[in-house]
Design a protein around this ligand. Structure first.
Ligand code: NOJ
Ligand code: CA
Length: 707
C-alpha cells in the first residue's frame, strides 16, 4: 500500500496536493521502511526554456539524487540532496517523491540601478513534494531552470524550534574539472588570491566557485537569497564530489530556526564560455523583488576619501599624541570635499573620524563609539561644508568585529549620519574568521564566523535600519553577496575579496591575475567596492614624509599598467566607485584622469564580449543616462592582442576616446606607458588592441550627433 505512488510511471507523475496529502498519511500510518526497492523509483525531469539545460531528480533507494545535463552532456553526475536536523527525523533517507507541480515564467523587471536596467526572467519551475515513508515528514524541493543555469532550494514545513546540523547537497562535477576558488573558513575570510586547480585537489572553498569542464562548459556554483540561514561553502568529500558545508554557529549547530525551514537557492550558472557566466542574471532572478519601494534616494556615483592616506602610512586612523598624523582632521576633510566638488564626485568617505581607533584598533571592537568624534574633526561644520559644495560625507563604521557594540549604538549612529546628510555608510568587520564578537542578553560573549547565521542576520538588520533613514550600505569584511540588492536596493556594494588595499601593504600584493579572477568568480555574486584608480602604482617607493613614518614594503604595489587600472571602473561593477588615490597623483595626470571623470557607475546594459577565466576579459557597458558606451579590455601577466567587434554600438558614429597601453607598456618595466587618442568608429568596425603584460584599455564611445 505504501508504494502505490511509486508505481506510477516516472516522468508524467502528476499528483494533486490532495493526493499528496493522503499519501503522506498513508505512509506515516504504515510503519517504517528502510530502503525502497530500486524498481519503485520515481524520476522527474525539468529543462530550461531553450531545452539545453536539464535537471533530473530521483528517489531511488529512498535518497534524493539529482543530475544536470547541458546539451546532452552530463555536467553534474548523481548528487545527493537532503537536510539533517538535531534530535528529530531528518530529510535524508526513506524518502519518496509524492507530488509535483510545474509552472513557466517569461517576464521582465527593472533594477533601480545596476549592470542593466531591464532584467529578463524566463524559467521553468518544478516543485517536488517528498515524504519520509516511515514518519510522514514532508518537504519540498523547488527547482527553477533558466537558459543560464538553475537554482534549487529546500522547503520543509515545521513548527517550533529546529536545528539544522548538516546539509547533504552535493555537486558531483568530477575530479578533472578545472576550478578557480578561494579557501573557506580561513582567518582572512574572503581575502585570498584565487587558485586554479582540478576539483580533485580542492578542500574547503567559498562560493562563488568557478569551474570549467573538459568540454569547456563553464559552471559557477553559488547561492541566492541567503536570509535567516548560514552561508554554504563546498567541501570535497568523495573524489570530485563537492558537498555543501554550512558555516557553523558559535553553539556548534549550523542553523537554528523557529518554524518553517527555507534554505537559500543553491545555484549553478552554466555557460558554453567564460563570458556567458558574466552575462548571467540568475542570482538576481532568484531573489525576491524590491521590498523598499521608492529607492530613488539610493545614489550611484563616485567618491573620494580619506582612506589611501592611512593604508600607505601617510596618516593614521587614530589620534594619538605626537607625532600625530591623524588623517581625518577638519582641515584635511575640507580639502577632500573641495577635491570631490571640483570634479563632481558625490561622496567623501572619511575613516578615523570617531573615537576608538587609538592603539590596536584591530582588537578594539569594544571601545568604538559611532557618535563621538575626535576633537580635531568637526562633523556639523563638515556636513554643512559638503552640502554647500554640492557633495556629501560618506559615513564609516568600523566595528572591528564587535557586532553587539555596534548594534547597541546603531539607532543613534544612523541618526547622526542621517542628520549629517549622509546617504551611504561603509561598514567594516575587521576580525579573524570565527572571531566576530556577539554578546548575548546575559552578557556572555560568543564568537561567530563572518558568514554564519548571526552575521547574515546582523547585516540585514543594519541594511533595514539604514533604509529607514534613506542610507545605503557598503559592507567590508562582509558576508558574501547572494543578490539581496534586488530585495534591499540600498545594499549597494561590499568588499568580500582582496581589494586595492592589499596593494598598499599586502605581501604578495594582488598581482596581475587577481582582477581577471575576480571578474569570473567574486563578481558573479554582485557589486564589489574594489576601490580602483591608483595613479601612483608604486606608492611605497616614495620618500617617507617624516622620519617617524615608515613605508610599507615596496613589494606591495599595483602590478597593473595605468591603462589597466583605468579599465577596472568598467570591468569591476559597482554602483559606487572610489577614486582612491591622493589628489596630487591625479592632478599630475589630468589626461588619464579624464576617463575617471567621464565613466559612469550606473548602466543601461552590460555585455561581456570575450575572455577566459583568469586570463583576459573584454566588457562593454552602456551608460544609463546617455547613448554612450564604455569598454574595458584587460589581461593577466601575458601580453595579448584582442580584436573587438563593435556591433554592440547603436546606429551612427561614435568618437572612441581610447586610453590604451603604449608599445612599451608592461606592469614591471613601464607601467605608465599609456596612449590617449580619439578615433571615429561605428558598429560596422572592429577594433584591434594590443595589451601589455598586466595591461589593458579603457574606452569611452561618445555618441556623435551626426544623423
Ligand atoms: C578594512 C577595509 O577593507 C578598509 O577599506 C578599511 O580602510 C579598514 N578596514 C579600516 O576600517
Ligand atoms: Ca578588507
Amino acid at each position: 500500500m505504501r508504494f502505490h505512488v511509486a508505481l506510477a510511471t516516472a516522468s508524467m507523475l502528476v499528483l494533486s496536493a490532495c493526493t499528496a496529502q493522503s499519501t503522506a498519511q498513508t505512509a506515516s500510518s504504515s510503519g517504517t521502511a528502510d530502503v525502497l526497492a530500486p524498481d519503485m523509483a520515481t524520476t522527474l525531469d525539468v529543462a530550461s526554456p531553450d531545452g539545453r539545460n536539464s535537471f533530473s531528480l530521483s528517489d531511488e533507494g529512498g535518497q534524493l539524487r539529482y543530475t544536470v545535463s547541458r546539451n546532452g552532456e552530463e555536467i553534474v553526475g548523481s548528487s545527493r540532496l537532503g537536510l539533517r536536523f538535531l534530535g528529530e527525523h531528518s530529510l535524508d533517507a526513506n524518502l519518496k517523491i509524492v507530488g509535483e507541480s510545474r509552472s513557466e515564467t517569461d517576464s521582465t523587471w527593472e533594477q533601480p540601478w545596476g549592470e542593466r536596467r531591464v532584467v529578463r526572467d524566463t524559467h521553468k519551475a518544478l516543485t517536488v513534494e517528498v515524504e519520509r515513508i516511515d514518519t510522514g515528514r514532508r518537504g519540498f524541493i523547488d527547482i527553477k531552470m533558466f537558459d543560464d543555469g538553475l537554482g534549487f532550494r529546500y522547503r520543509v514545513p515545521n513548527s517550533g524550534d529546529v536545528a539544522v546540523i548538516d546539509e547533504l547537497t552535493e555537486f558531483n562535477i568530477g575530479p578533472e574539472t578545472n576550478s578557480w576558488t578561494i579557501p573557506a573558513r580561513m582567518y582572512n575570510r574572503y581575502e585570498y588570491l584565487y587558485a586554479e586547480k582540478p576539483v580533485g585537489q580542492l578542500q574547503l572553498v567559498h562560493t562563488p566557485a568557478t569551474f570549467e569542464k573538459e568540454s569547456s562548459v563553464h559552471l559557477s556554483i553559488h547561492e541566492a537569497a541567503l536570509v535567516n540561514y548560514s552561508a554554504m561553502s563546498l567541501e570535497q568529500n568523495r573524489e570530485g564530489v563537492l558537498e555543501a558545508d554550512l558555516s557553523p554557529r558559535s553553539d556548534g549547530v549550523k542553523v537554528r530556526l523557529d518554524g518553517d525551514i527555507l534554505t537559500p537557492w543553491r545555484t549553478i550558472q552554466i555557460s558554453d564560455d567564460a563570458a556567458g557566466l558574466v552575462n548571467s542574471d540568475l542570482i538576481l532572478n532568484l531573489n525576491e523583488p524590491n521590498k523598499l519601494g521608492d529607492v530613488s534616494w539610493v545614489e550611484p556615483g563616485k567618491y573620494a576619501g580619506i582612506w589611501w592616506e592611512q593604508h600607505i602610512r601617510e596618516g593614521t586612523w587614530g589620534n594619538t599624541p605626537a607625532p600625530n598624523r591623524h588623517a581625518a582632521t577638519t582641515e584635511a576633510t575640507k580639502a577632500k570635499i573641495d577635491f570631490a566638488a571640483k570634479y563632481g564626485f558625490n561622496g567623501v568617505l572619511v575613516e578615523g573620524w570617531n573615537t576608538g581607533w587609538d592603539g590596536d584598533w584591530f582588537n578594539n571592537g569594544d571601545v568604538f563609539s559611532f557618535t563621538e568624534t575626535y576633537d580635531d574633526y568637526d562633523m556639523p561644520t563638515l556636513a554643512q561644508y559638503a552640502r554647500d559644495k554640492g557633495t556629501r560625507l560618506i559615513g564609516h563604521h568600523e566595528t572591528s568585529g564587535n557586532i553587539t557594540n555596534y548594534e547597541n549604538q546603531l539607532a543613534d549612529a544612523l541618526d547622526l549620519m542621517e542628520s549629517s546628510g549622509v546617504r551611504a555608510i561603509k561598514t567594516g568587520y575587521v576580525a579573524d574568521a570565527g572571531n566576530i564578537k556577539r554578546v548575548d542578553e546575559n552578557g556572555v560573549a560568543h564568537y561567530e564566523y563572518h558568514d554564519s547565521q548571526a552575521l547574515v542576520d546582523h547585516h540585514l538588520k543594519v541594511v533595514k535600519e539604514a533604509a529607514k533613514r534613506q542610507i545605503a550600505i557598503n559592507a567590508h569584511e562582509p558576508v558574501k553577496d547572494t543578490g539581496l540588492r534586488r530585495t534591499y536596493p540600498n545594499w549597494v556594494s561590499r568588499e568580500g575579496a582582496r581589494g586595492q588595499e592589499f596593494n598598499a601593504w599586502g605581501v604578495p600584493p594582488n598581482g596581475p591575475d587577481h582582477a581577471l579572477d575576480l571578474i569570473y568568480t567574486r563578481m558573479l555574486s554582485g557589486p564589489m567596492d574594489y576601490t580602483a584608480g591608483a595613479f601612483n602604482l608604486r606608492p611605497n617607493e616614495m620618500e617617507p614624509v617624516g622620519e617617524d613614518l615608515l613605508r610599507n614594503s615596496p613589494a606591495s604595489r599595483i602590478e597593473h599598467t595605468l591603462a589597466k587600472e583605468l579599465s577596472l571602473y568598467v570591468a569591476l561593477y559597482s554602483p559606487i566607485q572610489m577614486v582612491m588615490d591622493l589628489e596630487r597623483n591625479y592632478e599630475a595626470r589630468p589626461d588619464a584622469f579624464q576617463f575617471i571623470l567621464d565613466v559612469p557607475t550606473d548602466w543601461e546594459e552590460s555585455l561581456a564580449l570575450d575572455g577566459e577565466v583568469g586570463d583576459f576579459a573584454v566588457i562593454a557597458r552602456r551608460d544609463r543616462n546617455s547613448e554612450d558606451w564604455y569598454l574595458a579590455a584587460l589581461t593577466d601577466a601575458t601580453a595579448r592582442d584582442v580584436s573587438i567587434d563593435l556591433s554592440f554600438l547603436g546606429d551612427g558614429d561614435y568618437e572612441a576616446q581610447i586610453y590604451r597601453d603604449g608599445a612599451e607598456a608592461d606592469y614591471e618595466s613601464d607601467p605608465y606607458d599609456i596612449v590617449i587618442e580619439n578615433r571615429t568608429v561605428s558598429s560596422a568596425d572592429k577594433m584591434e588592441l594590443s595589451l601589455g603584460r598586466s595591461g589593458g584599455a579603457a574606452i569611452r564611445f561618445l555618441k556623435l550627433d551626426n544623423e
